[in-house]
Every structure is written in structure tokens, then in C-alpha cells.
Ligand binder design. Structure first.
Ligand code: ZN
Ligand code: ZN
Length: 375
């Protein structure tokens, strides 16, 4: 199957390592998977192209051939494209990485497909950051098909042992090269690594053994999480097939904005409005903390901008330990509208204190001032 330059398709450099190629492939395959893009008629083509490009670049021999000859004509027997011509189910993406071949290479025979990782999100309040919380999260995942009970066979019968690999999930090819015989083990293209096939695939899951399901799970969100933090719950993602492991569940946490506080790590900040009299004479005030009211002692003569810190009234660190602080910044409110008696009192106060009389406040204002107000 001829394709565009596979490096271009996967968006990797010619010098890309096997790992870089694999991760580029995984990312693109997820993104363009037809199940994810049901309304995009080009998704399947794109998906197949990605698969074909990967089949070339993941095989050192084919990759070398492409580098040398610039062609992706694979010749007979190199049917990686076949992986993508089937049902187009979710398993396709993962067969090649976690299926039988990988196990065979490490000497541990594994036939199956690992489950997909699943993403979801949850929103928590600042109060819940303080205490931790049990949160219900919903997510779409793939679980054992209810119709075939995960066998992939219509009616739930037993699948047949794959004739291509005799149930091993992997096939070995031997090629003669100038350095001698090279044995290559690859995922069995007939059963895609599962070791079994069925001639009568389940209609509901198209033989994929898994079906899409909506799940709800209760998770313990620990105290101290940051906005944008991600929790990983191993094994709570999509189910695997055969001996495949289940994927993980990733929950990204959004901490709701609390208009009362600004958060920096474990510390909280807020602003406290005081009247001129409170700031000048001192007072005791109650402010809202994240969990309980806090009594603050305002000393006489407190200046605007003074920070007042309540130790331990902030948030806990993620892995336990002392709570941060709550810092209150003082704002002194200046009256914006004064009645004449109020203005008079302020003028008297200024006079008493021997302060220069504010010009605008003097009777007669500007003109009075201009003609020598200080008699
Ligand atoms: Zn089924
Ligand atoms: Zn097979």
C-alpha cells in the first residue's frame, strides 16, 4: 500500500527514535480514530494512512528500505495495513504495542490487548481542597461486551484458536540477510495478537469484545490539590482483552474560583476594608476564613496595605503537613460623600492635629485659597 512519506504522516524527524515514532503514532491514532470522529468521513482514511506509516517506520527493515529507496511498497506478507481494514474498533490502536509480540520478545507469552486510558474531569471547591472530598466522576470507557460476555463471538460461544499463530498471538518470520538469518517476531496479523479468532463475530461489539459504557466512580480527592492537577487511578480505565491489562483513569481537577480568596500554593490572600475610625482607633473584626470565621485584632493606627497574617488558616499541602497562612491586606475606606457637619468635623480634626488644611475642603474653595485663606 503506497502512502505519503511516512515521516511526514507521523510528523517525526528522519532521525526519530523508535519511542518517538511510537508515541507520535499513538497520539495521532487516538486523534484520528474513526470512533472518535464519527462525523468526519476522512477520519478513516487518515487513520489508515497513519497505521501504514507506522507499519513502515516501526519495522527497522522496512524503515531502512524506505530511507534507502524512498518507497513504501512492502511486498507480500507485510500486511500491516490489514490491521486497520477490519472493524475499526478501539483495540486496533493498541494491538501493536501491548499485544502478543511484546510479551513474546520478553519471553513472557501474553496474548491480549491492554485497555485504553480514559480521561475525565471533576470540579472541587476551595473548601474541599481544605478537607479532601469523595467525588463522583462520570466517564465513557470500554468494558466487556454485554452481548457476547467479552468473547467476541455472536451468542457468547468460545472463540477458535487462531490458525495463523496457533494461539501464540505472535508470528516469527525468518529472513536471510547479508548478516545472516534474522528472526523477527511480530504481532499475528490474523488475530491481532489475541491468539483467537471467530468466524461469527458478535454484532454488538463487532468482535472487539468490548463495548462503550458510561461509568460512575467515587474517588477520594485528597486535601491540598492544585487547580489543574491530575489524579491517576491505575486500572480504572478501559478493560483489557485476554491477558491485557486495563487502562488507567485520569481525572483532571479544577478548583472552583472562590471570589473571597486568592490562592498561591497553600497560602490564601484576601482584602479587608476598614473604616478610617477602625484603622485609627483599632478594632476587633471577624473575617470569613475558608472553613471558619477568624477574629482579627486591628491595632490602633493600622495603615492601608498592612498585611495581617493568620498562621495556619490557609490550605494544607498535598502530601500532608502544616497548613499555609491566610493573609489579610488592609484597605482603609475614605468616605466619598460628606455632609457639611461631617466635613466640619474632619476639618476640626485636621486643625487639632495641626495638619495643613486641605485646600478643596476649605469654605470658599479655590478662590478663598487664592486670596490668602490663612488669616
Ligand atoms: Zn460482543
Ligand atoms: Zn494469531
Amino acid at each position: 500500500m503506497a502512502v505519503r512519506d511516512p515521516y511526514e504522516v507521523l510528523g517525526v524527524a528522519r532521525s526519530a527514535s523508535a519511542d518517538e515514532i511510537k508515541s507520535a503514532y499513538r497520539r495521532l491514532a487516538r486523534q484520528h480514530h474513526p470512533d472518535v470522529n464519527p462525523n468526519d468521513p476522512t477520519a478513516e482514511e487518515k487513520f489508515k494512512e497513519i497505521g501504514s506509516a507506522y507499519s513502515v517506520l516501526s519495522d527497522p527493515e522496512k524503515r531502512a528500505r524506505f530511507d534507502q529507496f524512498g518507497t513504501t511498497e512492502d511486498g507480500p506478507g507485510a500486511g500491516a495495513g490489514d490491521f486497520f481494514n477490519g472493524g475499526g474498533g478501539i483495540g486496533d490502536i493498541f494491538d501493536m504495542f501491548f499485544g502478543g509480540a511484546a510479551g513474546a520478545q520478553t519471553g513472557r507469552r501474553r496474548t491480549g490487548r491492554d485497555g485504553e486510558d480514559v480521561q475525565t474531569s471533576a470540579t472541587i471547591t476551595l473548601q474541599e481542597v481544605l478537607t479532601g472530598v469523595k467525588k463522583e466522576v462520570n466517564f465513557d470507557t470500554y468494558a466487556r461486551c454485554s452481548s457476547c460476555r467479552g468473547t467476541g463471538v455472536e451468542g457468547g460461544g468460545a472463540p477458535e484458536t487462531c490458525t495463523g499463530c496457533k494461539g501464540a498471538g505472535a508470528v516469527t518470520t525468518v529472513r536471510s540477510t547479508f548478516i545472516g538469518q534474522v528472526r523477527t517476531q511480530t504481532v499475528c496479523p490474523t488475530c491481532r495478537g489475541e491468539g483467537t479468532t471467530t468466524s461469527n463475530p458478535c454484532k454488538k461489539c463487532r468482535g472487539q469484545k468490548l463495548e462503550r459504557q458510561r461509568k460512575t466512580m467515587s474517588v477520594d480527592v485528597p486535601p491540598g490539590v492544585d487547580n489543574g492537577a491530575t489524579m491517576q487511578i491505575p486500572g480504572a480505565g478501559s478493560e483489557g482483552v485476554g491477558t491485557g491489562r486495563p487502562g488507567d483513569l485520569f481525572i483532571s481537577l479544577e478548583v472552583e474560583n472562590d471570589p473571597r480568596f486568592e490562592r498561591r500554593g497553600t497560602h490564601l490572600f484576601t482584602v479587608l476594608d476598614l473604616t478610617f475610625a477602625q484603622a485609627a482607633l483599632g478594632d476587633k473584626v471577624k473575617i470569613e476564613g475558608v472553613d471558619a470565621d477568624i477574629e482579627l485584632e486591628i491595632k490602633a493606627g493600622t495603615q492601608p496595605g498592612t498585611p495581617l497574617t493568620s498562621r495556619g488558616a490557609g490550605l494544607p499541602p498535598l502530601h500532608g503537613g502544616r497548613r499555609g497562612d491566610l493573609t489579610v491586606q488592609v484597605n482603609v475606606l475614605i468616605p466619598t460623600k460628606l455632609t457639611e457637619p461631617e466635613a466640619k468635623l474632619i476639618r476640626e480634626l485636621a486643625e487639632l492635629r495641626g495638619e495643613n488644611m486641605p485646600h478643596g475642603a476649605e469654605p470658599g474653595g479655590f478662590f478663598h485659597n487664592l486670596f490668602g485663606w490663612k488669616k
